[in-house]
Design a protein around this ligand. Structure first.
Ligand SMILES: Nc1ncnc2c1ncn2[C@@H]1O[C@H](COP(=O)(O)OP(=O)(O)OP(=O)(O)O)[C@@H](O)[C@H]1O
Length: 586
């Protein structure tokens, strides 16, 4: 406004204000009227030309404008009677470059009948409010006290009086600390803070107390304290229920953390062969990352152990490790197991729904075992989840964000499955961000002595036995076998051997305690001879044929490990090398 002249302001206002319920007058710095609207002229019963150019005091002797011109102060909402009608007048100085160059008076006309209706409504509302307040104050479930700004009690309801076993006249007008020595009301008066839902004992009963200052015109004029009284019998039932629920909850929590936890750590993974150590060190590295991992390897090689160790070596170790066997469930169940379901999603759906494994694994790791056996339609759904990082429960519509590391495992040849269109190629690449291949036991026969000792120790603990060890010949026997069932098979055979040893009253495991292995080794050798005996070869030729066949067979069984093959053949490795070159098998 300060950049405009009085005349400019006048013309703007003249254009704007043609409101019959508003009147205004503008004067310059000398109090000379420069503009006036029709509404005001009608009140004065004068014409514009008789008013403009004259001093405001000539027209309205009691005008407040000269005072505004003198002081530069604004008059907000002054009640002003014009021809017997009350109006609210606002007077504003017009200031330009720090100087008062004029003033405006404008007023909103109040129609008095309207004002009366307003007043009546206000009174009614007030009555209603008072009734509500009284109702509240007299509520038997609520204790109430009000103090004035000095801390003297002005109101106390019957409930509070009953608790204190006092009469109204004994408390009203008393200093609050005299009646309630530990009251915090004085602090509220001093600080103006609000205490919402404080737990406070009143006569030995814990109650929920709220304390609020009463503020008028920015000043604290008192304070209210009220408490919600719990019916004690109800409260006790509630408390009992709460305790029971808490117990139940902690039981579930324990159960969940027991079920969904990983046991194995890297130190438990036994092996000293080059191949095994390389895989172990790679897995250790992977535990620091969050990438999805695909663990491949034959059945019983320790894929799940590796997955657990990776989880336990990661930052997620205190969160769940949730395993799901994708081969064990039919397709429809697999979906609800993985993603959960909402109440009423299908007949038999549990009330309240059920979280899926992805939800349960929140913050942790989900281990998708036997991923190669997942049906194609589920593969598509899994791919979407991995891409979008949200799951939707079966029958639900709300997406749930998941923060889960995925480790998948399979003993199947996924690449071949992709070729045969039995496994989605895009899912394969999404899972195989990092691949970890656990070598079969026959490719790392050097691990056998260590593994055997570790397994004997574990089986001893489990069966509460005390087998002292194993004889070297038995170890040799174990190292000659091809272990199609890998470490799991070794574990089973050892357990059987321990039982046999104990039955014979022995503490040491010997070759004889592996009858099936002895038999298998014999069968294998006989089988080869039978196949090779064509009845036409001379003896030296036949011997050479047998030798060549055996070398090929053992090489295959040991995964090309020559040292291992030599051991299986019972010859020195240099002899094996000579024979390899003799038969063109290098
Ligand atoms: N390096 C190891 N050190 C100690 N024990 C091992 C090792 N590898 C495997 N085992 C033993 O072998 C058993 C089988 O391991 P695991 O279940 O992890 O194999 P897997 O490859 O996941 O098998 P599957 O493909 O059948 O699910 C384990 O219970 C464990 O006792």
């Amino acid at each position: 406004m300060s950049d405009l002249t009085v005349n400019e302001i006048t013309s703007i206002l003249e254009g704007l204000i043609e409101n019959p319920y508003m009147f205004y007058v503008i004067v310059d710095s000398d109090g000379i009227i420069s503009s006036i609207n029709q509404t005001y002229l009608d009140i004065l019963e004068m014409k514009k030309e008789d008013v403009v150019g004259r001093n405001i005091l000539d027209i309205t002797p009691s005008s407040g404008l000269p005072e505004v011109l003198r002081t530069g102060r604004m008059d907000k909402a002054d009640i002003w009677t014009v021809k017997g009608r009350d109006t609210i007048v606002t007077r504003v100085p017009i200031i330009k470059n720090g100087k008062i160059i004029g003033a405006i008076a404008s007023s909103l006309f109040l129609d008095m009948s309207g004002a009366k209706i307003l007043m009546k409504k206000l009174q009614e509302t007030e009555k209603e409010f008072t009734a509500i307040l009284e109702g509240l104050i007299e509520s038997p479930h609520m204790a109430y006290v009000i103090v004035d700004k000095e801390g003297y009690i002005t109101v106390m309801n019957q409930t509070f009086l009953d608790i204190l076993e006092m009469k109204k006249e004994e408390v009203i007008g008393k200093y609050v600390l005299e009646i309630l020595p530990h009251s915090k009301m004085i602090e509220i008066l001093k600080t103006g803070r609000v205490d919402k839902a404080d737990i406070w004992p009143i006569r030995g009963q814990d109650t929920i107390v709220t304390r609020t200052p009463i503020i008028k015109h920015g000043k604290i004029i008192g304070a209210i304290g009220h408490s919600l009284f719990l019916d004690m019998s109800g409260a006790k039932i509630l408390a009992k229920k709460l305790q029971e629920t808490e117990k139940e909850l902690s039981l579930y929590r324990d159960e969940v953390s027991q079920i969904y936890s990983a046991r194995w750590i890297f130190d438990d993974l036994v092996g000293c062969s080059q191949e095994f150590l390389a895989v172990k060190s790679m897995a250790r590295q992977l535990s620091y990352s969050i990438s999805t991992i695909l663990i491949t390897g034959e059945s019983g090689t320790g894929k799940e152990l590796f997955a657990q160790a990776i989880h336990n070596g990661s930052e997620r170790k205190n969160w769940p490790f949730v395993r799901i066997n994708c081969a064990a469930l039919p397709e429809n169940l697999l979906e609800s197991e993985l993603f959960g379901y909402e109440e009423g999603a299908f007949t038999g759906a549990r009330k309240g729904g059920k979280p899926g494994k992805f939800e349960l694994a929140k913050g942790g790791t989900i281990f998708l075992d036997e991923i190669g056996d997942m049906p194609l339609t589920m593969q598509t759904k899994l791919l979407t989840v991995l891409q979008e990082k949200v799951v939707e429960r079966v029958g639900g519509t709300t997406p749930i964000a998941i923060n889960v590391r995925v480790i998948a495992a399979t003993n199947r040849d996924l690449e071949k499955m992709v070729e045969n269109q039995e496994f989605r190629e895009d899912l394969y690449y999404r899972l195989n961000v990092v691949g970890l291949n656990i070598p079969p036991l026959r490719r790392r026969m050097d691990d056998i002595p260590l593994l055997v000792n570790d397994l004997i120790h574990r089986i001893n603990q489990c069966l509460k036995t005390d087998i002292s060890g194993i004889e070297p010949e038995a170890i040799d026997l174990l190292q000659e076998y091809s272990w199609p069932g890998n470490v799991r098979e070794l574990e089973n055979l050892l357990e059987r051997a321990i039982n046999l040893a104990l039955m014979h009253g022995e503490q040491l495991i010997r070759m004889e305690h592996f009858p099936s292995l002895n038999q298998k080794n014999k069968d294998k050798k006989f089988a080869k001879i039978e196949i090779l005996d064509d009845g036409q070869s001379s003896l030296p030729q036949l011997i050479e044929k047998i030798e060549k066949q055996m070398i090929i067979q053992y090489l295959q069984e040991s995964g090309g490990n020559k040292q291992q093959t030599a051991k299986m053949l019972g010859i020195h490795s240099s002899a094996l090398y000579r024979k390899l070159s003799k038969y063109g098998l290098e």
